[in-house]
Write a protein of this length. Structure first.
Length: 147
């Protein structure tokens, strides 16, 4: 006759369950903050890419301005022809687009300075309206022949 050790299977299953829940909780505590930070960084990266796009498109619209063209270019609510007209009137000027900073998600500050008689220095800064954001502005600087 064999004598075997009779283990209580219910107690062993309870210990396995408690250890499993402990390990699951430990992994969750480590992984959830990492996932949360990843989503925040992904959103910030998306905002930064939109700001880069807006700044680049604004600079390209100013560079591509042609007074003889029939199509009118706009940067938000301001016509590029109005901006060029202000550039011609003043040697140094700063233009905020849109007029009210709370209107849109982003706003631009366009600064123009006269480098030479035939050359302008144009700086476009794109700002984000989101309060308590750690996203800095994006700045484009370029030299444009006087129009």
């Amino acid at each position: 006759m064999k004598r075997g050790i009779n283990l209580n299977k219910k107690g062993f299953t309870l210990v396995e369950t408690i250890l499993g829940l402990f390990l699951l909780g430990l992994i969750s505590v480590a992984i959830l903050p990492i996932i949360n930070i990843s989503f925040i960084r992904l959103e910030n990266h998306k905002i930064k890419m939109e700001m880069l796009y807006i700044g680049e498109m604004s600079m390209e619209k100013i560079k591509a301005f042609d007074a003889n063209s029939e199509s009118e270019l706009f940067i938000y609510d301001t016509s590029v022809s109005e901006i060029i007209k202000l550039f011609k009137e003043y040697d140094n000027i700063e233009i905020n687009i849109p007029k009210k900073e709370n209107d849109d998600k982003y706003y631009l500050k366009i600064c123009k300075s006269q480098k030479m008689d035939s050359l302008w220095t144009v700086s476009i800064s794109v700002f984000h309206n989101k309060k308590r954001s750690n996203i800095r502005n994006v700045e484009y600087k370029g030299y444009i022949p006087s129009k």
